[in-house]
Ligand binder design. Sequence first.
Ligand SMILES: *Cc1c(COP(=O)(O)O)cnc(C)c1O
Length: 495
Amino acid sequence: MLSNFYKSTRGGVSKINSSSALLRGIADDGGLFIKEGAFEKFDIKDFLNLSYEEIAYKILKVFFDFNEERLKDSIQKAYKKFLSKEVAPLKILKDRAFIELYHGPTGAFKDIALTLLPYLMKLSMEEENTGEEVLILTATSGDTGKAALEGFKDVEGIKIMVFYPKDGVSEAQRIQMVTQEGNNVEVVGINGNFDDAQTAVKSIFTDESIKSQLKEKGVIFSSANSINIGRLFPQVVYYFYGYMNLVKNKKIELGQEINIVVPTGNFGNILSSYYAKKIGLPVKKFICASNENNILTDFINTGVYDTKRDFYTTITPSMDIVISSNLERLIYDISGEDSKIVNDLMSDLKASGKFEINENMKEKLKCFYGNYGTEAEILNAINETYKKDGYLIDPHTAVGQIVYDKYVKETSDDTYALITATASCYKFAKTTLEALGFTYESDDMKFEKILCEKTNTEIPEFIKSLENKKIIFDNMVEKDEIKNKVLSFAIGEKS
Ligand SMILES: *Cc1c(COP(=O)(O)O)cnc(C)c1O
């Protein structure tokens, strides 16, 4: 019996089952899939003494209609790939804890969903049983690309193509991608920034002529970006896991509210925490941390989302985003699930580059706090945290740290906070070293060795494994060439 159905935020698509929504990624009307009907609500007590995998199973079956044993098996296989047995361990400090989401195969929090997504996609393909091949198209601001490539490499019946902005990723991020092995992968650099890449990829998803050309060849598109429900819901799990871990460590009482702090880009991670609250996690405030691309800070403070602004390339590349795709799901939710409002706002965005939500929605947005960290503040926060707590955080996590400090200073709210630590500092070794006061002239691979020596920390496996890898993908295209690139890869002849 199917019980989970999905519809589009824009109202043009409904009654889609969960495997079909997962395979399609984005709805045909350009909207995002959301669950129909009310959310099941858990009692937080239900999660006592459960392992990460058990919590994952309990939560994911609320969103997906997969066979019980096969879903359990998929979860087991995915999280075996993590280096920490706990999957998402906590670093507990007095007034806050960092939940380390970066112990997966590629060193960023994207692994939590992208180790599982290929299994979920295989289950969906079997359930839909259309015999079609799936082509995953993904634009990356640095971390999604590698995590998706690693998850989907050599998976039968699926091909994956990743587009990354040429100047928008760290050297370690780039090397991780362009050395990717696997017989079903393609990696392409784009002259442009992440928004250019994301917009181009999104437009391919709704391009009827490409879609029908591929359909003839038995190929359908899907997405591994955080707009996919198969990305979003696995991320709900670690908020419950982190919460229960705080209870176990006596930092909070069962049932007590926490604040959640998320360094944010495409709004996927923080939206997952919002869904966590909808299904029963006690959360007081969602603290949305941005870098100098602070469109979300302005939005949360004013209700106006205005994309007409400069784009900055920062030392937190995975947050260099102006158009946060998943925000549409929040808009839908705070509009009282009103597709007409969503359509109007999205039309405004398309026509004038901005939109403003109504007073009712502004009121509902008040459970969010938004602020941002500057480049100098980021370097300083890494240094201070290391000196004060002996704890190394990456530049993205540092943005969370900064914004949480600003929040406490402004509000004096001392509710215990859970900060998502989204990447290993070894992905950004050069910046981390600079923050700690060291500067060297050399290439990135050596920075990692220096970081290891200076801080007496271990070089993670995902960095060690890059040494001596061959560059496989060195092609770079203009935005308007993406379409042809996709066609030629999809239909077989690799260019
Ligand atoms: C992707 C990413 C983010 C932003 O997450 P969103 O879900 O896009 O908001 C933050 N930090 C790191 C390291 C990331 O890889």
